[in-house]
Design a protein around this ligand. Sequence first.
Ligand SMILES: [Zn+2]
Ligand SMILES: [Zn+2]
Length: 205
Amino acid sequence: MTTITPNPPSPYATADPNLRHTLAPPNNLLGRFRTPASTLALTDCRALAVVPNQPYNFSASPVLPDGLCTTCIATWIYDEPAPAAPLAQPCERCDALTQHGTLCAVCRIDAHDRWTADGCPSWEATYEPGNISTFHLGWHHTPHTARAAARAWFWEQHTDTHTLLWYPVEPGTDNWYEANRINHDGTESPANLIIRRLRGTQTAA
Ligand SMILES: [Zn+2]
Ligand SMILES: [Zn+2]
C-alpha cells in the first residue's frame, strides 16, 4: 500500500502534522481544491492545514493510501461533518472565541500568509517562562538569527547583559535549543529562551 505525504507544514496549522487531511466544503471535491495551494484552510476534521500543491487523486486507485486522517476520510465518505469543538478560548490577537487554540482561524490564516510571504522561515524563537504566556519572538531563517533575536529581546528585558549559553534539548539533533544565562558569580540559570526548528519542508507531494 502506498503512503500519502502529510499536508505541507505551517507553524499556524492545527491539524495532525503527520497525516494528510482533506479540506472542508466547498474546497474538497474528488481531490479538486478551490483554495489556492500553500494557503491555510479548514479541514474535514475541523482543524487547519495547508493546501498541498498537488491534490491527491482519490479516483485513481480503489484502495485508499496509508497516512490519511481517518476523521477527514469518514467525513468525506459519509458526508457527515465532524462535530465542532466548543469555542474554548479567546484568540490572543482579536479576542474572538475560537476552537483553534491560542489563535483563531482568521488570525492563523493571516499569520500563515505573512509567514509564507517571508519565505517560510523554519526557526522560531520564544520566551517561555512557564507560569505566564509564551512570548513569540519571531520566525527566522537560521538558528543564528533566531538566537540573535532571542538575545536582543532578553537584553531589552534586563539591565544586565548576561552572556547566554545554548544547549541542545535533544542531544545529537539540530532542532531545539534552550539558553542558560551566566550569572556574575559564574553560575548558570535558565533564561527560558528557546529556539526550535519547524520540522519538515515546504515541498508538497
Ligand atoms: Zn483531518
Ligand atoms: Zn483572532
